[in-house]
Design a protein around this ligand. Structure first.
Ligand code: ADP
Length: 396
């Protein structure tokens, strides 16, 4: 069975065609600059290398059409007929309180997701465009929606409720939703497998540290709290997002800098985080390099970032009343041994002991704590596409 996984952004579309017999990636790529000039698809398929296809794409329908052409191409394709695609799995960012798991997409689901667009105005509309485009181009091929928010729907009310007038929750559904759920679930299940224990018996903190970053308390396989909230802005310090700040700073800045709501939103989402503190870059590789050269603000950005993660690990251990494992994943979590070590430093009281030699690893599954570390620390590369494909297979 072959499953096409789609992740539609506002001007991009990432895809993978996965063979579910052995879970291998038959082809993958990205369509970029959709709806802008100079659009192109970067495509690669098993055994055929990479190609760049430059062609105008005015919308997501054009992009999907081009991706399908690439998949069918006799030189760099991966399938002979469209029928080989058994189902399409769509990454959808926000399902509000509607869905606590993946679902087969029908009109009712589409209507519900349209309703959720108000909660994720940047993310859900392009996700829906992908769904509408597939309905037209691949009619009859089942589609499954896999939601970033779904895994966190198990959070209890005392985790997701903000201390605002309750009527705002009732009127506008303002609450914590959490994101990166597909990734948190994937690495939590994988960690249980590696540790050889039923996930139901484990208390874990999973740290998804990419450009966007979030952390989750996973107790018995269920998310009971997570750092991202109503939007992906809350929680950890990120590449360009500020994470937790005193909410009063917003009105103060609007007044002092004469910023309107949109400009302030831009500052908090695009100009803050480690980029904002360091003034160097949003990429941790650049910041680590600068810090090593003695750039104090780059070092400060790293220190603030690490401390925030550590704070959440401690908080979530307290919330769960124990801790069996900490899992690091995504760009920084998978690649930076110094960051992993820094974030775990001082957590010996929680039973965490990093093994410097074992921690000298990147991008592959590993236990990086010492053999006698009561709480295990693991590196697990995330694989959201595979997780989406698995969910899709299980529903079709
Ligand atoms: P996303 O999917 O959120 O765009 P990724 O999970 O790919 O992000 O993570 C991207 C980030 O990971 C980069 O911005 C970079 O800061 C960080 N990263 C990637 N490789 C390394 C590395 N070798 N050392 C430190 N940080 C890295």
């Amino acid at each position: 069975m072959k499953i096409l996984v789609l992740n539609c952004g506002s001007s991009s579309l990432k895809y993978q065609l996965i063979n579910m017999e052995d879970e291998s990636v038959l082809a993958k790529g990205i369509a970029e600059r959709i709806g802008i000039d100079h659009s192109f698809v970067k495509h690669e398929s098993e055994g055929n290398g990479k190609v760049v296809i430059e062609e105008a794409m005015k919308d997501h329908k054009d992009a999907i059409r081009l991706v399908l052409e690439a998949l069918l191409d006799e030189n760099h394709g991966a399938i002979k007929t469209m029928d080989e695609i058994r189902a399409v799995g769509h990454r959808v960012v926000h399902a509000g309180e509607m869905f606590s798991g993946s679902v087969v997409i029908n009109q009712e689901v589409i209507d519900a997701l349209e309703e959720c667009s108000a909660l994720a105005p940047l993310h859900n509309p392009p996700n829906l465009m992908g769904i509408y485009a597939c309905q037209e181009i691949l009619p009859g091929t089942p589609m499954v929606g896999v939601f970033d928010t779904a895994f966190h729907q198990t959070m209890p009310a005392d985790s997701y409720t903000y201390a605002l007038p309750y009527e705002y929750y009732e009127k506008y559904k303002i609450r914590r939703y959490g994101f990166h759920g597909t990734s948190h679930k994937y690495v939590a299940l994988k960690a249980a497998e590696i540790l050889g224990k039923p996930v139901e018996e484990l208390k874990m903190v999973t740290c998804h540290l990419g450009n966007g970053a979030s952390i989750a308390a996973v107790d018995g396989g269920k998310s009971i709290d997570t750092s991202m909230g109503f939007t992906p802005l809350e929680g950890l310090v990120m590449g360009t997002r500020c994470g937790d700040i005193d909410p009063a700073i917003t009105t103060f800045l609007m007044e002092k800098e004469n910023l309107n709501y949109k400009e302030l939103n831009n500052v908090m989402n695009k100009k803050s985080g480690v980029l904002g503190i360091s003034g160097v870059s949003s990429d941790f590789r650049d910041i680590e390099e600068e810090a090593e050269k003695g750039n104090e603000r780059a070092q400060l950005a790293l220190d603030v970032y690490h401390k925030r993660v550590k704070k959440y690990i401690g908080a979530y251990a307290a919330e769960m009343g124990g801790l069996d494992a900490v899992v690091f994943t995504a760009g920084l979590g998978e690649n930076s041994k110094t960051s992993r070590a820094e974030m775990c430093k001082g957590l010996e009281f929680l039973g965490i002991k990093i093994d410097d030699q074992k921690n000298d690893v990147r991008g592959k599954e590993a236990i990086v704590s010492t053999d006698d570390s009561r709480t295990k620390v693991l590196l697990i590369p995330t694989n959201e596409e595979l997780a989406i494909a698995r969910e899709t297979r299980s529903l079709v």
